[in-house]
Design a binder for this molecule. Structure first.
Ligand code: G1P
Length: 302
C-alpha cells in the first residue's frame, strides 16, 4: 500500500440470533450473555475491540435482547451501594462493562435474514469508512485478535478476515478461502465460498468471526440475494470485493473456541480458568480427579 489506510474506529457486533443451540438456557437470556470466566461473551468481544483501538460499538440486536445493552449501561444503584461499602475491586470490575452513552449504538435487525443482512443494518452508522465486525461466538483466547489484525491492516489496507485451518470434514460450517499468495501470516484471497461441502471446498482455510472491511461492501449487500441456508450471507458480498480491492486472510495468534456450542463454551471456560493464576492449581487437581474416577487418561497423567 502506498498510502496509510483510513483508521478503523467502529465495530459491528451482530447479536440478533436466537441462540437455539443453547435452549432452554437462551429462552430469555441472550446467548451473548452466557458466562465465560467472570464475564458474558459479549464483554469479551467488546474488550477485544477496545484493545484494538475501536471507539464506537454498534450492536445489531433484536428487540427482546435488551439485556445486552443494559449490561453496558451504568448501574447507578449498584454503583452507589459499592461506593458506600468501600468495595474498590468490585467497582473497578464494573468499570470495564460501562460504555459511554454516545459510544454505543443499538440497531434492530427486525427479521433474521442472515449475517450479511445484519451487517447491512449498520450501514448508516458506519457511513463511508472502514469498520470491524466481531462475531461474539468466536472467542479467541490470547492477545486481542482484532488488535493483531489492525497491525496487519496498517500494512496492507483493504479487507482483512481472520482465518484458521479446520479439518476438511468441517468446511460446511464456515466461509472458506480460495488461497492466492501465502506468506504464512497473510494470505491473499482469490475467492470465498460460504459453507461448501468438503469435496467442493477450495481449501481448509476458513473465516473466523473477525473482519476489517471497506464500506464498499454495503453496495453489494444492498443487492444481495439469498445464499447458503437461504440467508443473506456476508461472505457472498465479500467475494464481490475481490479484485476491486485488496483482500487478505490473516492467521492470528491465539486459540479460537466456538462458543456457539455447549462443548466449545465449556472448553473456553476451562482455558480461561487455566490461564487464571488463582484457579489453575485447583482446576488441574479437579480435572485429574475427574479423569481418574472416569478411568480416562490414567497413564498419561502419571
Ligand atoms: C459465520 C460466517 C462464516 C464464518 C463463521 C465463523 O457463519 O457466515 O463465513 O466462517 O461465521 O464463525 P455462522 O457461524 O454464523 O453460521
Amino acid at each position: 500500500m502506498s498510502s496509510i489506510p483510513a483508521k478503523v474506529k467502529k465495530a459491528v457486533f451482530p447479536v440478533a440470533g436466537l441462540g437455539t443451540r443453547f435452549l432452554p438456557a437462551t429462552k430469555v437470556l441472550p446467548k451473548e450473555m452466557l458466562i465465560l470466566g467472570n464475564k458474558p461473551l459479549i464483554q469479551h468481544a467488546y474488550e477485544e475491540a477496545r484493545a484494538a483501538g475501536i471507539e464506537e460499538f454498534i450492536f445489531v440486536s433484536s428487540r427482546d435482547k435488551s439485556l445486552i445493552e443494559s449490561h453496558f449501561r451504568p448501574h447507578q444503584q449498584l454503583h452507589q451501594t459499592l461506593v458506600a461499602r468501600n468495595k474498590t475491586a468490585e467497582l473497578a470490575s464494573l468499570q470495564g462493562s460501562t460504555v459511554d452513552e454516545d459510544k454505543l449504538s443499538v440497531i434492530y435487525q427486525e427479521q433474521p435474514l442472515g449475517l450479511g443482512h445484519a451487517v447491512w443494518c449498520a450501514r448508516e452508522i458506519i457511513g463511508n469508512e472502514p469498520f470491524a465486525v466481531i462475531l461474539p461466538d468466536d472467542v479467541i483466547v490470547g492477545s486481542s485478535c482484532l488488535a493483531q489484525m489492525m497491525e496487519a491492516y496498517e500494512e496492507v489496507g483493504g479487507n482483512l478476515v481472520a482465518v484458521e485451518n479446520v479439518p476438511r470434514a468441517e468446511t460446511a460450517k464456515y466461509g472458506v478461502v480460495d488461497i492466492g499468495f501465502d506468506d504464512g501470516r497473510l494470505v491473499s484471497v482469490k475467492g470465498l465460498v460460504e459453507k461448501p461441502e468438503p469435496a467442493q471446498a477450495p481449501s481448509t482455510l476458513t473465516i473466523i468471526g473477525r473482519y476489517i472491511l471497506q464500506p464498499e461492501v454495503f453496495g453489494h449487500l444492498s443487492n444481495a440475494g439469498k445464499g447458503s441456508g437461504g440467508e443473506i450471507q456476508l461472505t457472498d458480498s465479500l467475494a464481490k470485493l475481490i479484485g476491486a480491492q485488496a483482500f487478505h486472510g490473516f492467521r492470528f495468534e491465539g486459540r479460537r473456541y466456538d462458543c456457539g456450542t455447549g462443548l466449545g463454551l465449556l472448553k473456553a471456560g476451562i482455558a480461561y480458568a487455566m490461564n487464571d493464576n488463582g484457579a489453575d492449581g485447583h482446576l488441574a487437581e479437579f480435572m485429574k480427579d475427574q479423569l481418574k474416577s472416569s478411568g480416562i487418561g490414567q497413564y498419561s497423567l502419571r
